[in-house]
Design a binder for this molecule. Structure first.
Ligand code: SF4
Length: 410
């Protein structure tokens, strides 16, 4: 396809596709799907080789949020039976982080539900960041605490945070349909605050909320304009007890096209498969590794992922390799651009102290904005169905910790 040759050429040169080209990827046929994956895979390998970065979520504070994000099991009025607890202390968070690092994660994502942190909350999270860095200076720490007020990003950076996550989630035009308690502009503002403070910005989307192809292209182009270092792509887990519980729109093929489009539009950014990987990609997860260079290891915020060892086996079986702590995630031009962005060998002051890729760093992630990394599920046998139709019969979402005394992220 001329289109794919054009997209590969542009991706290798970091030239943006046109909106029409991005829409054509989403509209491509199942017959062309492997060609689309192969083309986007060339771009992925050019910038990231066969490396897969592992990220690990630590849910510092779960549930009881006053905001009304429709996709989120932690929202105001949510009837989802999720774990609810207030702030984990530095010791608990450090122990959870250590488990993820032992499993191969190089980034720990500290997430808290809520509209945004108070200054006291920033103090707490700063203590936790310092404790994690004391335990392992090489681990990247990303904070995901909601909307930031002036000065908070700088304080998190000073405490050792490498990155800050806040997702745009969906297009500006449809944002008000998803959330009413804050605006799209609020989210853009927080991503810009993270950038300005020298934090590596992480910002992505949630697909499967009933949006159009145009909405998906809009949000991915908006992300390109914001220029985050990492772009988590979440696939909506329609959790029972949330307004979007009946929104099953995704197929594995659709997910692959969305990831391919994201790769073409953001060729040199860390594209991360986030919540919903297991539920929606199912047996096609290994194919998605040809598009994304980053995944979460193990569980999500309020739902279970597949077991960590299954993630590691999948990566090896698909011919990829887990990115080591000493390897720089981002391409050189991007890693050095902000002097301290993730994967950079130098800190904000040009010293070797601020980068989060190499072991020398002082040492991010979450996928989406708080609460948007829902995911995980199990498959049960089901009769065949047409590939282009969502298979809700294959999926049972398991809540993290359901029916157990497990500690968070145990
Ligand atoms: S996504 Fe974040 S702000 Fe929105 S309801 Fe969930 S926890 Fe609250």
């Amino acid at each position: 396809m001329d289109l794919l040759n054009t997209l590969v050429d542009k991706g290798l040169r970091r030239v943006s596709p046109t909106r029409e080209e991005a829409l054509a990827v989403l509209a491509s046929s199942d017959e062309d799907l492997l060609d689309v994956v192969a083309a986007a895979g060339k771009v992925r390998r050019h910038w990231f080789g066969r490396r897969v970065k592992l990220n690990y979520l630590v849910n510092l504070k779960s549930g009881l949020c006053p905001e009304d994000c429709s996709y989120c099991s932690q929202r105001l009025g949510s009837k989802a039976e999720i774990l609810k607890y207030t702030w984990l202390g530095p010791g608990q968070a450090t122990a959870a982080a250590a488990a993820g690092v032992a499993g191969g994660a190089k980034r720990v994502c500290l997430v808290a539900s809520g509209r945004g942190p108070t200054d006291r909350d920033v103090d707490r999270v700063s203590d936790t960041i310092r404790a994690i860095k004391e335990q392992d200076g090489a681990v990247e720490v990303c904070a995901c605490l909601g909307l930031l007020s002036d000065g908070q990003a700088e304080r998190l950076r000073a405490a050792g945070a490498d990155a800050y996550n806040h997702n745009l989630n969906t297009s500006e035009a449809t944002y008000g349909d998803i959330t009413t308690t804050h605006t799209y502009a609020d989210r853009v503002d927080t991503v810009n605050k993270a950038h300005a403070a020298g934090l590596s910005a992480c910002s992505g989307l949630i697909a499967g909320m009933g949006e159009s192809d145009g909405d998906l292209v809009d949000v991915v182009f908006a992300l390109r304009d914001l220029d985050p270092d990492s772009v988590p792509v979440n696939f909506l887990i329609p959790m029972e007890g949330t307004p979007l519980a009946k929104e099953w729109h995704l197929t594995p093929q659709r997910c692959l096209r969305i990831l391919a489009m994201t790769r073409f539009v953001c060729p040199d950014a860390e594209v991360r498969i986030a919540g919903g990987r297991e539920v929606h990609l199912r047996t096609m997860q290994p194919l998605a590794l040809h598009l994304a260079n980053s995944i979460f290891l193990g569980d999500y915020l309020t739902s279970e992922g597949q077991a960590g060892h299954a993630d590691l086996e999948m990566i090896a079986d698909a011919g990829f390799e887990v990115e080591g702590a000493a390897e720089v995630t981002l391409p050189e031009h991007r890693a050095g651009a902000r002097g301290g962005g993730c994967g950079s060998p130098t800190g904000a002051d040009g010293s070797a102290a601020g980068g989060c890729g190499p072991r020398a760093g002082t040492g991010d992630g979450g996928t989406g904005g708080c609460g948007s990394h829902e995911g995980g599920g199990v498959c049960a046998p089901a009769p065949a169905a047409r590939a282009e139709e969502p298979r809700t019969d294959l999926v049972a979402v398991r809540r993290r910790g359901a029916g157990t005394d497990l500690a968070p992220n145990a």
